[in-house]
Design a protein. Sequence first.
Length: 179
Amino acid sequence: MSGVLSALPVEVGAQVQPGTNLARVADPTKLKAEVRIAETQAKDIAIGQLASIDTRNGVVEGKVSRIDPAVQNGTVLVDVRIEGQLPRGARPDLSVDGTIELERLNDVVYVGRPAFGQERSTVGIFKLDPASNDAVRTQVQLGRSSVNTIEIVSGLQPGDRVILSDMSQWDANDRIRLN
């Protein structure tokens, strides 16, 4: 078998039981990425979806090749097959970050995910008034969400500035003054 010896857990002359791991050999030209996804986000992942893997030495493209059916510690293990040239320094057991593209939306208005908004709901968000130091409550219809952003279906325009933190203590007010 060609590759690089990455582990040799037994000593020369040791007696081993059947099925014992004798050596681990990795082929550095055929690596995969293992990405742990929060179980709440894993419901939308499917085999074949595009992914990008950041090895901290470069970003490579890939595709989801396997989704573990079990949840461990609140995460689902997703294997990503690398679809191109690996960056220099890529090796087995390297820590990586991965992004899986669930869906591509064009011409979308979006904001950072507010502290209180759920996808496909209508919420009151304080929008900053550019003419004063006030923030005015605006009804905003939210659409689909990612880990840290959410789609705005209606209620805001590109360039609007909003308050995303928890403003529930001012629920009785439609306008607040910022100092």
